[in-house]
Design a protein around this ligand. Structure first.
Ligand code: PMP
Length: 372
């Protein structure tokens, strides 16, 4: 009716902890060079696109049926991929898949977190760890980092011992700082978490394929409370597919079944992911190009006078700026969208195609004298 007041979400009886919050999301702006969401800039090769069409057509003939609830063929292929590339043999019973690693993280928090329980992460880190904690009613503890963005192990161990969180998040390579975590650090946190709980330690390896260092996967051996999460969004260039997975003790795979929705992973998703896994070698070839471009970004930003954090990911943290938001805007004014993650003094740029990176570097050089 005319004059009727437009409702906002605040008028609804939403949960108290959601009041005043905003949804996760990077700005989606129409800009020539988009280097703000750590996507892979390379579209899937045409041969793979054709293979996806074939496998999806096959799946479509059975769409009147629910998908394989346990995604056994896909989990077997993912286990094979990890065994071949991550330095440790895992079987299908140790792997679980879901719609993006965000859903994996949600299932882990629904299983091991929840009301009356808490999770800790060492910030700045991937903000969804805190947001999914809140969404699942899990309390959030912001743990410390050193000046150079490595985890302050002593302080972290102390925090785990004193606060006894049920879930400990470790992101390696870490978003947004791009720093990898040493295996000794994970082991120290794991030991602290066992003494305090025993609590679960979740190692988020979304960017593992881009690292100079080996995967932390071998650490799951003999450590039933250690979970490793991965995604096809980055290295496989398939962010639109929504396919994430975990590797852990088979008991953890059994545990997350208690909270997963029945048939959560559509047969179209399973078919597409299986097709992409057939092209692993081709896609990992693009990863090698991106690693070389990432190294070029680090070297050329340093040559332009920037401070750059050591990067093991497909993105680079650079600064420092007196006003990082003004620097973000100045780079945007030159047609390049990077990310201001709210880390004071620093911005993050994703490695794009060589041409995109060259455009970014020109913009970064142009503003190098300003905002510092
Ligand atoms: N973990 C980290 C560290 C990430 O940066 C991201 C994506 N930005 C994710 C998990 C989630 O990725 P997805 O849900 O696409 O697998």
């Amino acid at each position: 009716a005319p004059g009727a007041r437009v409702l906002t979400l605040d008028d609804l009886p939403i949960r108290d902890e959601l009041r005043g919050q905003s949804p996760y999301g990077a700005p989606q702006l129409d800009v020539p060079v988009l280097l703000n969401t750590n996507e892979n800039p390379y579209p899937l090769p045409e041969a793979l696109v054709a293979r996806i069409a074939e496998r999806v057509a096959e799946a479509a003939r059975d769409l009147n049926r629910y998908p394989d609830r346990d995604a056994v063929e896909l989990r077997t292929a993912l286990a094979g991929y990890l065994t071949r590339t991550a330095g440790h043999a895992v079987g299908v019973s140790q792997v679980w898949a879901a719609n993006g690693s965000n859903e994996i993280i949600q299932q882990l928090l629904q299983t091991f977190g929840g009301p009356g329980r808490r999770a800790i992460g060492f910030e700045p880190s991937y903000s969804m760890h805190a947001l999914i904690s809140r969404g699942t009613g899990t309390g959030w503890i912001s743990g410390p980092r050193n000046e150079d963005f490595t985890i302050d192990v002593e302080a972290a161990v102390r925090a785990i011992g004193e606060l006894r969180p049920e879930v400990v998040f470790v992101c390696s390579p870490n978003n947004p700082t791009a720093t990898a975590v040493a295996p000794e650090t994970v082991l120290a946190l794991y030991e602290a978490a066992q003494a305090a709980g025993p609590s679960m330690v979740v190692v988020d390896e979304a960017y593992a394929e881009f690292s100079h260092r080996p995967s932390l996967l071998p650490l799951i051996e003999g450590r039933p409370h250690l979970v490793l999460t991965r995604t096809m969004s980055k290295a496989f260039g398939a962010a639109g597919l929504r396919l994430g997975y975990l590797a852990a003790d088979p008991a953890v795979v059994d545990a997350v079944q208690l909270v997963r929705l029945p048939y959560h992973l559509s047969s179209v998703t399973q078919a597409t992911a299986l097709a992409a896994l057939e092209y692993t070698d081709t896609l990992l070839g693009y990863v090698e190009q991106l690693k070389a471009e990432r190294d070029r970004l680090v070297a050329e930003l340093r040559a332009a006078g920037y401070e750059v954090t050591e990067s093991d990911a497909n993105f680079v943290q650079f600064g420092r700026f007196a006003d990082s938001h003004a620097a973000w805007q100045a780079i945007l004014d030159r047609g390049v969208l990077v990310r201001d993650n709210g880390v004071p003094g620093w911005l993050r740029v994703s490695a794009g195609t060589p041409a995109e990176n060259t455009a970014f570097l020109a913009a970064a050089r142009a503003v190098a004298g300003e905002h510092r």
